[in-house]
Design a protein around this ligand. Structure first.
Ligand code: XMP
Length: 326
């Protein structure tokens, strides 16, 4: 649309002025905000932007591939993918407490990211120089929320891989600061990002780590990833992507229940479907998903994911529940 073209031009120009001849780095999370912010900055400064995508092993199925293929082919951005799966798994081993998981993921993320920033400079043979700017996909509601003293920040320590702490000593570049989520999606479409990327569900920085209630292990991640992929696939097939805000799938890893499959007794884990409708994630209602779709998701998950023998539905609004379970 006309307005979007304007915003693209205006922001590109603004970013170009701000960064000048310097270098910038952007942490891609796989989410729409960081992708759109990066695309705008790429437009403005080209090769002087490096996007870093940390594969912490807590991602959804297909996420790395989508960033590697779709994002790069559309934007032409310079991308560095860091495989840090072992590092994160190791750091998280034995940890069940939600806040502790969040702290660990945030801490490890910064380590990986700082290392990546140093490597970028070295790759360019520009020793002695530094990356001076950090691109963040901060939206208008984020700005309001953090300045508004709503108290929400105390409920969970959010870690946003598109949003690092400011004490990292970078100048911040935030081309989406004046926009709402729906506008960011329009902007993404205008910039040519594929619909799967533009319409993807919000995904927390700590990823699947906070959707496993209990300790995070490689096997549990694999189980949850498989169940999550099925739920997303069926919601998309049912045409519900734009009606629901997001649908976390949560693995109750410390709970077991008895089931029966074929002639055999099973003693597996439940997953919880947490479909919600929301405008801004500050409040939410549980989505009234058609029974047929729920039935398909349930059948497929219990048939296709060995460890899971029960699928449950979370019918709690926010408040009192939060969207994620941890
Ligand atoms: P809650 O669970 O607080 O979630 O109701 C509200 C929205 O925020 C997302 N979320 C996060 N996003 N880093 C993020 O970038 C985080 O640490 C984080 N924790 C929750 C959640 O998916 C929902 O959209």
């Amino acid at each position: 649309t006309w307005t979007m073209v304007n915003i693209v031009e205006e922001q590109t120009e603004r970013v170009r002025t701000q960064i000048g001849g310097k270098r910038a780095i952007c942490a891609l999370s796989g989410g729409v905000d960081s992708a759109v912010a990066a695309a705008v900055v790429q437009r403005a400064i080209g090769e002087r932007l490096t996007c870093v995508f940390v594969d912490h092993g807590l991602l959804r199925a297909g996420e790395v591939e989508q960033v590697e293929k779709d994002f790069v082919s559309v934007t032409g951005a310079r991308l560095k993918v860091v495989d840090a799966q072992e590092q994160f798994l190791h750091a998280l081993s034995g940890v069940s407490d939600p806040e502790e998981k969040r702290r660990i993921v945030g801490r490890e993320f910064i380590r990986v990211f700082e290392q990546a920033a140093r490597e970028v400079v070295a790759e360019d043979g520009a020793e002695g120089e530094e990356v001076e700017f950090l691109v963040q996909g901060t939206l208008y509601p984020d700005v309001v929320e953090s300045g508004g003293g709503s108290g929400a920040a105390n409920i969970k320590s959010h870690h946003n891989v598109g949003g690092l702490p400011e004490d990292l000593q970078f100048g911040l570049v935030e081309p989406l600061r004046e926009l709402f989520k729906d506008e960011v999606r329009q902007l993404g479409a205008e910039l040519g990002l594929p619909p799967e990327m533009v319409w993807r569900q919000p995904f927390p920085g700590p990823g699947l780590a906070i959707r496993i209630v209990g300790e995070v292990t490689r096997d549990r991640l694999e189980t949850l990833r498989a169940a999550d992929a099925i739920a997303r696939e069926e919601l998309t097939r049912a045409g519900l992507d734009r009606d629901i805000w997001q649908c976390p799938v949560v693995l109750l890893a410390d709970v077991r229940s008895v089931g029966v499959q074929g002639d055999g007794r099973t003693y597996g884990h439940p997953v919880v479907l947490r479909p919600v409708s929301s405008e801004d994630a500050m409040t939410a209602d549980w989505s009234r998903i058609p029974y047929e779709t729920l039935a398909t998701i349930s059948n497929r998950i219990t048939n296709e994911v060995r460890e899971i023998n029960r699928v449950t539905l979370d019918v709690t609004s926010k408040p009192p529940g939060t969207i994620e379970w941890e």
